[in-house]
Design a protein around this ligand. Structure first.
Ligand code: NAD
Ligand code: 6OD
Length: 485
């Protein structure tokens, strides 16, 4: 039964005149109808958020906000299966992944920042003065104000809550705009916020698109103090321009074209397992996925043929099937983009080791957004398929001979989000990791997360860092108070 998704403004669920379809990418069926927020709805949300800054929310201590956010986490846990079902209906991702990663991380995000903010303090400096009496400097940490949270479709609930939780923990009020492709889990979250007793106006939800819709209304709104955004680098540029007029604070987690380097001293079983995960997880739709794999010349052929066997063995299936390892892409529009890169790879002279097309099922899934896991070799480093983010289940594998060459190839990118290094040589691991131009470097693992660590990218991959105190530092700012004694 398709669901109806409303906006949530000033503590009320509101409809609008215009709506759009929420499509299930497994088979192209209608998952729901979404009310698109117009300018007036966004204006009301901004007004409610500003008012709430000065209401009960503004006078709560960090510890009291923490209690409320832990209640939100309890509410997500109580409706765990509903959240899993919503995430699957929007994305087609395997149930096993939604159950073990997406939804548990949403809960963990709230608990982690609720607890962190409750135990955070500020700095204090005693200073000398000419009269010998001295002075005391201390700072009070204040929220930024009204924060617009704009999130993408690939890990919808994980990435939305990764921003919402610290923004709220730090005392801001928020207006969330989830991706138009994946609005369902955010709508459930609005219900949980409501039931948990989060004061009206503290959390608002507006649905819609980017340009000419809720996204642009938020980024150009003079009542919004900050924008936190995860999505494509080109969208980041557009938001930066839109937000420039009233100098909003910006936090950007953007695209990637991540490298993996497999040295000849790697534990090959471990490197292959890890590369299967880092290339094909979530059907390649994780910003951290490896799209460029560099393998030492002496193990290149063995690596390629073993990865091919593993890619071809990935079980494509219905998300609800516990055996399923890989689902469809998020939409047919995104599939067109990924397929256009498969075509471009052929034009650029790639060797298609496996995949390169659309799987045939002979059932309703033929109406969905499926593509084959794909491995490419043989392209020059200048090829567009090696330089541009594809964001699908695909990688290009190239050989290298020296460590210096591997580092240079990995760094030869406009992006700099994450990298994975596979080696058993400890000195090499340290030496190479610090030379890589990326915000995150994993050694002998991939996507292993500690929520306290800095998360973000360099170059086109973003501005700033999220995680632990880095998030709290973005979502709040200190006022220094100097007291002459
Ligand atoms: P996208 O940039 O198309 O959309 C992201 C969000 O921005 C959506 O909510 C969309 O409606 C909104 N938006 C689009 N144009 C806008 C505009 N002009 N003004 C305001 N809002 C606008 O990204 P996507 O396709 O949803 O997500 C995939 C991209 O996100 C990939 O590039 C991926 O690498 C990146 N990503 C990065 C990270 C990270 O942590 N660095 C994490 C996840 C995804
Ligand atoms: O795990 C996280 O905290 C995080 N921000 C993951 C981002 C994944 C990108 O698709």
């Amino acid at each position: 039964m398709p669901h109806e998704i409303k906006n949530y403004v000033a503590g009320q669920f509101v409809t609008s005149k215009s709506s759009f379809d929420d499509i299930n990418p497994v088979d192209g069926s209608l998952a729901g109808t979404v009310h698109e927020a117009d300018q007036a709805t966004v204006d009301r949300a901004v007004g409610a958020a500003r008012e709430a800054l000065h209401g009960p929310w503004g006078s709560m201590s960090a510890a009291e906000r923490g209690v409320l956010l832990n209640k939100v986490a309890d509410g997500i846990e109580a409706r765990f299966d509903d959240f899993v079902a919503a995430e699957i209906a929007d994305t087609g991702k395997p149930l096993t992944q939604a159950r073990t990663l997406d939804i548990p991380r949403g809960t963990a995000n709230f608990r982690f920042f609720a607890n962190l903010v409750s135990t955070s303090g500020t700095e204090c400096f005693e200073m000398g003065t000419p009269d010998g009496a001295g002075a005391l400097n201390y700072s009070v940490q204040k929220p930024l104000g009204v924060v617009g949270v704009i999130s993408p479709w690939n890990l919808p609930f994980l990435l939305l809550t990764w921003k919402l939780a610290p923004a709220l923990a730090a005392g801001n009020t928020v207006i969330a705009k989830p991706s138009e492709e994946t609005p369902a889990s955010a709508a459930l979250l609005a219900e949980v916020m409501h039931e948990a007793g989060v004061p009206a106006g503290v959390f608002n939800l507006v649905n819609g698109f980017g340009p000419g819709s809720a996204g642009e209304f938020l980024t150009t709104h003079t009542g919004v103090d900050a924008i936190t955004f995860t999505g494509e680098s080109a969208t980041g540029s557009a938001i930066m321009r839109a937000a420039a007029d009233n100098v909003k604070a910006l936090s950007f987690e953007l695209g990637g074209k991540n490298a993996a380097i497999v040295f000849d001293d790697a534990d090959l079983d471990q490197a292959i397992d890890g590369t299967v995960r880092s290339v094909f997880s979530n059907c390649g739709q994780v910003c951290l996925c490896s799209e460029r794999v560099y393998v030492h010349d002496s193990i290149f052929d063995e690596f390629v043929s073993r990865l091919k066997v593993r890619a071809e063995a990935l079980r494509m299936g219905h998300p609800e099937d516990e055996q399923t390892e890989i689902g469809p892409l998020v939409s047919k529009a995104h599939r067109d983009k990924v397929l256009s890169y498969y075509e471009l790879a052929r034009e650029e002279g790639a060797n298609i080791v496996t995949g390169g097309g659309i799987p045939g099922f002979g059932d309703e899934r033929d109406q969905g957004a499926w593509v084959e896991p794909t491995i490419l070799t043989g392209l020059p480093e200048s090829a567009r398929c090696v330089r541009e983010e594809i964001f699908g289940p695909v990688c290009h594998i190239a050989p290298f001979v020296t460590e210096e060459q591997a580092v240079a190839m990995a760094n030869d990118s406009a992006y700099g989000l994450a990298a994975a290094i596979w080696t058993t040589n400890l000195s090499r691991a340290h030496r190479v990791a610090r030379q890589i131009e990326a915000g995150i470097v994993w050694v002998n693992t991939w996507y292993l997360r500690d929520l306290r660590t800095p998360f973000g990218g360099v170059k086109l991959s973003g501005i700033g860092r999220e995680g632990g105190v880095h998030s709290l530092n973005f979502y709040s700012e200190p006022t220094n108070i100097c007291i002459k004694l």
